[in-house]
Write a protein that binds this ligand. Structure first.
Ligand code: ASP
Length: 315
């Protein structure tokens, strides 16, 4: 049995201690702990990495605080369109969905695409039709509604501005700062198989069917047993241009860097050069975790079978 590990994130950005109330901070930490517990239980019982990352993400998607599933941000048109991806590093199978609506857990739908379709990536209405055919749970618009996301959107809807997720700041601060949302998980199971998953509502006031890095295999999500599993969060456009998650894998495979070294190069050099604010979590096939960010904070945590565990928010 090898060391098994689960790492999760709940988004990165301008998350500052001085903007946080003790209650909100406790609620975030509790949300992260609950997701860690759900995913880690799968690993502990001998389950596969891909099921562990899915279990962790379902908990985060169901939590109103995070920008994924319930609590997703609003588009320019005032609706919620969600993106998600999952990848199994043991066989390089992957499933993604983009711009889906009313799907309770977009990560369940992405997993269904991976397991029970002949495709990797489905979008919009077609993805929703597939969800209905496969019996994936749907919810009415009200289920996804949250007052603070709605207020966040109201402040932007008459402008051409868009915003990455913010969670707790005042609206005037929202206009000034960039915030990020999104949830993700990576895991290494008892057999040394690794997997990655990411789910998001994207950016507040997004339009024209904008899709970020999260559901793009190689950009926001990637897993390969030979190297690492990665889930990103941050300003999606630079992460796409940097092919960020796959680049970490390439640096490990072709240059022999460790997971931590490769993530440092991509997050703190390559993404910084593209003004790509955010962070990523990773795990390698030996169960080593890593969490790297180039902004003020990232909701994040990990638990490993060697007894180490950590949950943190600020840089
Ligand atoms: N990367 C996501 C996107 O651009 C947003 C985020 O991580 O907050 O859609």
């Amino acid at each position: 049995m090898s060391r098994y590990t689960l790492v999760i994130h709940g988004g990165a950005g301008t998350i500052l201690k001085e903007d946080m109330t003790p209650e909100l901070e406790a609620a975030y930490l509790e949300g992260l702990e609950a997701a860690l517990a759900a995913g880690y239980a799968v690993l502990e019982e001998g389950g596969v990495a891909v099921n562990a990352v899915k279990a962790a993400l379902v908990v985060l998607e169901d939590n109103l605080l995070f920008n994924a599933g319930r609590g997703a941000v609003f588009t320019k048109k005032g609706v919620q369109e969600m993106d998600a991806a999952i990848m199994d590093g043991s066989n390089l199978h992957a499933g993604s969905v983009a711009g889906v609506r009313n799907v309770r857990n977009p990560i369940e739908l992405a997993t269904e695409v991976m397991r029970n379709s002949n495709h990797v990536f489905l979008s919009g209405k077609g993805a929703n039709d597939f969800a209905i055919k496969q019996g994936i749970k749907l919810e009415p618009d009200e289920y996804f509604f949250s007052q603070f996301r709605y207020d966040q959107w109201k402040a932007l809807r008459d402008s051409d501005n868009y915003s990455l997720d913010h969670t707790h700041q005042k609206l005037e601060e929202l206009m000034r700062d960039k915030k990020f949302g999104t949830v993700g998980a990576v895991a290494c199971d008892q057999d040394g198989n690794i997997a990655a998953a990411t789910s998001t509502g994207g950016m507040t006031n997004k339009k024209y069917g904008r899709i970020g890095d999260s559901p793009l295999i190689g950009a926001g999500t990637y897993a390969n047993n030979r190297t690492c599993a990665i889930s990103c969060t941050g300003h999606g456009e630079p992460f796409i241009r940097a092919v960020a998650a796959h680049d970490v894998s390439c640096l490990m495979e072709y240059k022999g860097l460790t997971l931590e070294q490769a993530m440092q190069v991509v997050v703190n050099e390559k993404l910084v050069a593209l003004e790509g604010e955010g962070g990523m979590i990773g795990v390698d096939a030996q169960g080593n975790p890593a969490m790297v960010l180039n902004c003020a904070g990232m909701y994040r945590g990990y638990r490993s079978s060697d007894g180490t565990t950590q949950v943190s928010i600020y840089r």
